[in-house]
Design a protein around this ligand. Sequence first.
Ligand code: NAP
Length: 413
Amino acid sequence: MSTKTDTTYDIVVFGATSFVGQILTTYLFETYGVGRDVRWAIAGRSESKLGTLKQSLGKEAVQLPMIVADASDESALRTMCDQTRVVISTVGPYALYGEPLVKVCAESGTDYCDLTGEVQWIRKMVETYEDTAKASGARIVHCCGFDSIPSDMGVWFLQQHAEEIFGAPCQDVRMRVKVAKGEFSGGTVASMMNVAKEAAADPKLRKELANPFSICPPEHRSKTRQPSLKGAEFDRDFGVWLAPFVMGAINTRIVHRSNALQNARYGKEFTYDEAMMTGRGMKGRLAAYGITGALGGFFTASAFKPSRWLVEKFVPKPGEGPSPEAQQNGFYDLRFIGKTADGKTIKTRVTGDRDPGYGSTSKMLGEAGMSLAFDVDSDKQGGFWTPASLLDGRLHERLTSKAGLTFEVLETS
Ligand SMILES: NC(=O)c1ccc[n+]([C@@H]2O[C@H](COP(=O)([O-])OP(=O)(O)OC[C@H]3O[C@@H](n4cnc5c(N)ncnc54)[C@H](OP(=O)(O)O)[C@@H]3O)[C@@H](O)[C@H]2O)c1
């Protein structure tokens, strides 16, 4: 539990009117109700949009409290944080709007989680506010959506079983996306384009983004070379073609930070990478080259002004995203293979029952917020954590019992 007492709310959802915030609010309302065990409120910059959201939930939601605050208004954010133990934020791109809230949470001892996948911003937040959060007791947990909970908790799960079965963790782990059925929303595309734009303008940032240990504490930056798929490649372990996975850049950093924050539990020589399976034979090979080319094209075109407008023309705008049917019909299936230093192997699988970016992300974020509010021991110190290092087995239990995820050992040898 948070060190804060006497607050009106356990949880405030800031950015409740965003595309993902609306799905999250509906999930919390349907799962936890209003005026029952969980005391929670919605917050955002527009009172009328908050009111419309509340109305859309039906009569029983009239009691759901609303807080109006702009992301740039520190005093309004402080008033909001004074009323709650935990803030869940969906106000992004976080590199553009997120810093004042992290600052106020760190200063006021308010626990916080979000959906950022912006590595350069996370690093800046850690460097600027870690000491403040440690002093106040605020536990800050970034990346509580599809990036990076399934990867971070997937590796945590695999290592739990490796330790149990082999008596040692796996030194090498690979994650392969077998299926990820879903679409991007305008907010996510805006965040990805912002990273591309910032990186194009700043060579130091490009170097930073290429460093797998960029958000690890300096004493945990391993010298072990990390695998990193740059183009199409054949994978002998799974017998399929691979293409780079767009979320791999953030997920790998979070997994390494989790290892560091658990005192190198996965080992000092631990290696990890992610990729997408594109299938077997010529079809798989062509798809792998096609995806590699499309990804390169998106980031190159987003980086420069003359071509950015063209990308903006074809991608969803902020506030837009997949339809309820597409969320419902979405699904993902991630495969992990781990190898111990002496050659033992374990294969595991993580699945989610909605589209990765929205239907499933909003449930994961909601349960990460719940876990922060109700599961974390008060002696866990303040600072910048990761989902696996802070929430571990309690989050795993919530993900499987409430958020539609499965974690499974497929085989060991
Ligand atoms: N990690 C993941 O797996 C994952 C998945 C989905 C989304 N995301 C990230 O989550 C974020 C939200 O995505 P989305 O698609 O829901 O975006 P969105 O619909 O564009 O929503 C952005 C939100 O930010 C709010 N906002 C903007 N400026 C503000 C200000 N000055 N003060 C207060 N609120 C402000 C907007 O308020 P109004 O409603 O009043 O306009 C809106 O609620 C993005 O950064 C996206 O990258 C991550």
